[in-house]
Design a protein. Sequence first.
Length: 297
Amino acid sequence: MAAPSSEKVLLGAAALVALASAAGFGWITFTHPSAASTPLPRVELATSPYEPKAPDAPAVRTDTWGAPAAQSRGREWIYDAFTPPEIFYNARSKQFSVKPPSSLLDEDALESYGLELVSVRPEPFRLQLIGYVGGEGSWRGTFQNAVTGEVFLGSAGRRVPTLGITIKSLDVSLQPIRVGENTTVKQRVASAVIFDERANRDVTLTHRERQFTGVISAFVAAPGETATREVREGDAFKIGETSYRIEAVKLTPASIEVTKESASLSQPDRRVLLPREVETPDAPEPEPVTPAPTAGR
């Protein structure tokens, strides 16, 4: 079937354009001057035998992995990717303790700390009510001078000049006492209101519990020694050429924070010390002993 006349016209026009384009490019190529040829360099062979030479190695930057740093809880708390410390939990002190990997300890950490915590005790008030005697209308309290250990009987109006204390009132009454979880009984409880001349305030004493001042003292000693030193928060002292500062004293759980400084240390060594009797994680917990109150007759 013959193509329409319009298509033949288009095909003829395309063929003419292609011929004209080829003729034009051929004419340009024929008339364009050829570029000057570049002479090839002469190859000269060396007279000496060939010796292979290795190129210099490129400069490579290397970084050394720094030693693991101690954590804020103390120098024993050292962590590394593959050598973590052994962590123990002490149920009595309610604290964690660690045994650091020896391979990660520097010479400063391996050095003996030179100080041990023996015990932590709250400071008792200088007068304690430990019992009572007498009957209705004639009660007298049994008091103890916590400074000297002296025990004496006293009632309202008595002044203890050596302690700067005046007994303002004494009362013995039945009070509900909880025994166990669900049992409550009534027992006679002696209570005394005293005036503390040094603090200029009233203090209430009861024979069922000891009264404390709110000050906490710690008793420390050098390793292996029995003689102790009483210290409080903020105290600083020296043992030989080594200085120690008590940063904090805690009663529950019993512990102290100490900073040690000496010429052999590159930086201050701050640690948390637990009492001697609870440093071993598996140490048995002793049974609590509560003194029996003195009952009146």
